[in-house]
Design a protein. Structure first.
Length: 539
């Protein structure tokens, strides 16, 4: 056998082996290992190492052969930059092959060229395989991430209690990103206030208009406030609903096998997606709390309205020779107007009152209740007098705020004589329409409103009502009822209406006043409580 034939037979066998390995579906690594060994043998090197390169660093994947002597340097685990001293490098696309320096025959270089090309192709295939695996991992990871986000979103969305929700959001956010600490801030006015914290202390609040806050939220700059004292790595994302920022979610110090470290772009994206779900849940919880608060207030208003309805007389005394009626329509469920028509202790006299507390709503209704109870107690102890009103004034001053006062007309009627005594404490003038001659007399103020000052003076005045005479007492919600053109109903229109309907049943007179105010307002909402008391001596 010739020498050429002896050399060709091992070479042919090597190529046959490589061809078989290349045809196997799962033999890529074995193929690369044998290819590296054949390349090393063809170069005459005692050993060779294959390195996969990425991002400027090459890590050892395979070693073929052995070093010629124990004293020669061993192949390093990784290579960055130039190959280490004592090695010769063959650079391939995304790969590197090292052999000991001088460990191959120079005349074998030409025979090794086809193997070098195959090595380059194999290195390329290995890199593509690695990328494919990474992409497959990323797809699976994103699937797991989305599933986790979905589960987290369901858990967060199922909570409508705002206090419990804050804790749930923090626990889920920290768990989702393997963070050690977290904090949730919700916006109140011009600042973000701490709503909850996990894993340590946090700043109580920080201004919403910090110049560097936006860049910090975008990950482009350092946070201008030490939100989590002692934390090394922060990640902030906004919580937004309807394009309005509701708060800020903060996590800190991502944990890994190597300790704690910073968060990457994927972490920011994940936390941002979670913050979107948290924003919806927080908004729902906030609306739920508002709905509960509104429901509670409505129940309280209904209770207050029921109490006030019990304060106002549900039936009026029937007196021979006299017609009496009272009517009230509050601007809200409860109001600040008050009236009363009641038989006094001796059963011979009729007590009446009409009052107007400043303001509307619950506060005014509470003061009405105070007025009613105080007036009832004082009136049972004696006849109407300036001293009775002075005592009532002192009680109102002691039990109300400085900016609250009451205008009041309180009086007594002796049905047998027709004599009417009244004290007007800063209230609108009443009107007395005389049947004989049609004159209109004013029952003007005889003193200050109650509650303005502890000391005051009032006068009692009296008039005698003849047959057919009509007395009208009212609150300013009647005369100050405004039209769309901002024109008040006024005293003159009220007097003209009374003159037109004076002979009709008092229920019809009240109905006429009701219609007049509604027609004058022309659909505008009622701005003030409206109350009327009418007394008429039968003709």
């Amino acid at each position: 056998m010739s020498t050429a034939t002896a050399v060709a037979e091992p070479a042919a066998a090597a190529w046959e082996e490589l061809a078989r390995l290349a045809g196997r579906e799962s033999g890529e690594r074995a193929y690369l290992a044998r290819l590296l060994d054949h390349w090393r043998s063809a170069r005459g090197a005692a050993g060779a190492a294959f390195y996969a390169c990425r991002d400027g660093a090459c890590r050892r994947e395979l070693v073929a052969g052995a070093l010629s002597t124990p004293g020669e340097p061993r192949f390093p685990e990784a290579v960055e930059g130039e190959p280490p001293e004592g090695f010769t490098a063959l650079r391939l696309p995304e790969a590197l092959v090292l052999t000991p320096a001088g460990g191959f025959a120079a005349d074998a270089a030409g025979a090794a060229e086809p193997l070098a090309l195959l090595l380059a192709a194999a290195a390329r295939c290995l890199a593509l395989e690695r990328r494919l695996k990474e992409q497959h991992f990323q797809v699976n990871y994103r699937g797991v991430e989305l599933e986790a986000l979905y589960d987290v979103g369901l858990a967060v969305a199922s909570t409508l209690d705002l206090d419990e929700l804050s804790e749930e959001v923090l626990v889920r956010a920290v768990s989702l990103l393997d963070a050690r600490r977290g904090a949730l801030y919700l916006r109140e006015g011009d600042e973000y206030r701490l709503d909850g914290t996990f894993g340590g202390n946090a700043a109580d609040a920080f201004p919403a208009d910090l110049p560097a806050l936006e860049s910090c939220l975008e990950g482009a700059g350092a946070c201008p406030v030490e939100l989590l004292p002692g934390a090394r790595h922060l990640l902030l994302v906004p919580i937004e609903s309807d394009r309005e920022r509701r708060g800020v979610l903060v996590v800190a110090d991502k944990e890994s096998r190597h300790g704690i470290g910073p968060f990457d772009a994927d972490d920011r994206r994940t936390l941002g997606l979670f913050a979107n779900q948290a924003a919806i849940a927080i908004e729902n919880a906030r609306l739920h709390r508002q709905a509960l608060e509104k429901e509670r207030l409505e129940r309280e208003m209904e209770l207050a309205a029921e109490i006030q309805r019990q304060i106002l007389p549900d039936e009026l005394p029937e007196v021979d020779g006299w017609d009496l009626i009272g009517w009230n329509r509050p601007a809200r469920q409860v109001g600040g107007d008050y009236y009363d028509l009641v038989r006094l202790g001796d059963r011979a006299r009729i007590g009446f009152a009409i009052g107007d507390v400043t303001g509307k709503g619950m506060g005014a209704a509470l003061l009405v209740s105070t007025l009613h109870s105080s007036l009832t107690l004082l009136r049972d102890r004696g006849e109407l007098s300036p001293e009775l009103v002075a005592r009532l004034n002192r009680h109102v001053c002691e039990s109300s705020l400085a900016n609250k006062f009451i205008t009041l007309v309180v009086g007594e009627l002796d049905p047998s004589s027709g004599w009417l005594t009244y004290i007007n404490a800063g209230h609108n003038p009443g009107f007395l329409l005389r049947a004989a001659g049609g004159a209109v007399e004013r029952l003007d103020s005889t003193g200050l409103p109650l509650g303005l000052m502890a000391a005051g003076a009032w006068q009692a005045r009296g008039v005698e009502l003849a047959a057919g005479d009509l007395v009208c007492l009212y609150t300013d919600g009647i005369t100050e009822c405004a039209s769309p053109a901002d024109e008040e109903l006024g005293e003159e229109r009220l007097i003209a209406l009374l003159e037109t309907h004076r002979a009709e049943p008092l229920s019809e007179v009240v109905a006429a006043i009701d219609r007049a105010t509604l027609e004058h307002a022309a659909g505008l909402p009622q701005s003030d409580d409206q109350t009327v008391v009418l007394l008429r001596r039968a003709a």
